[in-house]
Design a protein around this ligand. Sequence first.
Ligand code: GLY
Ligand code: MN
Ligand code: MN
Length: 430
Amino acid sequence: MHTLRYAPIPASFYADRRDKLAAQLPAGSLVIIHANDIYPTNADGTLAHHQNANLFYLTGIDQEETVLLMRVMDDGSHEDTLLLRETNEHIVIWEGARLTKEMATQLSAIDDVRWTDEYNSLLAEWVPAAKEIWLEQDNHPRRNTYVQTRNARMEAALLAAYPDAKVKCLYDTLAAMRMVKTEEELVQLREACRITGEGFVEVLRSIKPGMGEWEMEGLLSSAYIRRRARKFSFLPIIASGKDTCVLHYISNHKRCEDGDLILFDIGAEYGGYAGDMTRTVPANGKYTPRQKAVYEACLAVHRYAFSIMRPGLKKSEYERLVRVRMAAELVKLGLLTQEEVDAAPENPLCVRKYFMHGTSHSLGIDVHDVGPLDIEFAENQVWTIEPGIYIPAENIGIRIETDVVIHADGAEDLIPNAPLEVADIEALMQ
Ligand code: GLY
Ligand code: MN
Ligand code: MN
């Protein structure tokens, strides 16, 4: 047996997830969750397969065309069926082996594994018998609805074939479960974060004025993948000079120059879980006095946000407290006047001129993980902390981001191996 790139989460985790989901659904429920589509590009090209996060969360199966069916019985027990794309010699030769039924059972702890050609006959039997059909409808508050997902397409087909089916949405139930991480998930997240920080430190040592943003991306990709990450957990932002102020800069096509700041918003994906980190460093290894002042203001807000994140605090209240602290720093930097802040000292929305995004988002299988926009912090949730200060007129954009897990007594930094202090960053870059 060859050693694999990473150990999957034990199958008992997935059995446990399905038990917990079934326990929240009424008897007579039928759950249907499909893999994501493989999206076409041009000619015979496709994008890489990216598994549906809820299917992965409930089965551990990272293969296209997979379907999970769960039936909640009258006594509260549930019967789970996994449908897999049938593998054959042609597929084995061209694409490599697909999961056998036995492998799928080992990964997911689902005994009833069948090929997808049984899908329609199973629906014909189970849909009319079900009281409620629970579907994977993605209700993320900021989801992009431009392209229909496979789950949405199958829902439309199901409703056309069974117009009387009573369809319900799984989003809130699964989001509430996914918000709170188990020990098994924290193992994967800790490793994703460890790789994210350690790979960055390796690259930080070699940065020099004149280096291309793409060269740094290439070094990071190597540093992450050599450490067993599967890939970046999102398109990496490596932005120098004025582009440090562009929040979603991803072209990474300039050479950095002496005197520039470089903002790295990067993360490794490990075992299906995402790291997400930002550091902002001087191209030449030494911050100018002004860059240092803005950096230290941002770091003070970062440390403050870290210090107040604890169970029971509401996300909206946390964001308000961070804005109050940010306002004080922006006044010290001469960016806001005290009068501007005093117009609404309890909730100084004027900070948005320089800090226009939220401080934290939940993190897990997805980088911007599931969950309501406002929620109370609770133990074993994983969040980012990422205040920023953006001053385009000065070519200064600084964001400082780490990932934390919340414990009873506060937040634990999951990326303690990447430097935060000016002196530590400058020392590593010498
Ligand atoms: N990397 C995306 C974010 O920080 O939200
Ligand atoms: Mn980020
Ligand atoms: Mn983030």
